[in-house]
Write a protein that binds this ligand. Structure first.
Ligand SMILES: CC(C)(COP(=O)(O)OP(=O)(O)OC[C@H]1O[C@@H](n2cnc3c(N)ncnc32)[C@H](O)[C@@H]1OP(=O)(O)O)[C@@H](O)C(=O)NCCC(=O)NCCS
Length: 146
């Protein structure tokens, strides 16, 4: 299965919004917020398989760190290395760009995502109570790049 990664374009945002809703439910980013991310993220890529958008990753630059805002892969394409490929590209981008680290928030109710980040070296550095709309807590995870 060949997967191509390219920069996001504005025409991708409605499909990303649909994937967000399917995956994150009430915590999904709205199309308006995705436009804001399009304009404010230093790194926003999509993964394509046979011309279909199957995954995406977006990160902002914040005080010499990269803040991973969202990463997702459509359910039927998971466990094929696409998420890992997107995350590795962000890590390379951060190292090459001289950023100190990458950090993110992840729900304590997403153990598979926590395992995913651990696989790439992220460690838990903090905890935010009631971070999500359903009242669930978030872990803050970080990967030093230097
Ligand atoms: C997290 C996510 C992006 C991973 O994408 P993916 O394409 O499935 O990831 P990969 O195939 O590159 O997996 C890499 C490694 O992560 C870990 N991993 C990923 N999904 C896992 C799962 N369901 N169970 C256990 N480990 C998992 C494994 O170590 C895996 O390596 P392996 O397949 O060699 O065992 C994807 O599951 C997803 O979109 N989930 C819904 C959205 C989400 O939770 N995003 C993160 C919010 S902070």
């Amino acid at each position: 299965m060949e997967c191509i990664v390219r920069d996001v374009s504005p025409t991708d945002l409605s499909y990303i919004s649909e994937l967000e809703r399917n995956i994150f439910g009430s915590d999904a980013y709205s199309i308006h917020y995705l436009y804001y991310l399009y304009n404010s993220c230093i790194f926003f890529k999509v993964a394509l398989v046979e011309d279909s958008l199957v995954g995406y990753i977006a990160a902002k630059a914040e005080n010499n760190k990269l803040h991973l805002i969202t990463i997702a892969v459509a359910s039927k394409y998971r466990r094929r290395g696409i998420g890992g490929c997107l995350l590795k590209l962000l890590i390379d981008f951060g190292r090459f760009g001289g950023f100190n680290s990458i950090f993110l928030e992840v729900s304590v109710n997403r153990p598979y995502a926590i395992r995913f980040y651990r696989k790439y070296g992220f460690k838990v550095v903090g905890y935010i109570r009631h971070y999500y709309s359903d009242g669930s807590d978030a872990l803050i995870m970080e990967l030093p790049l230097k």
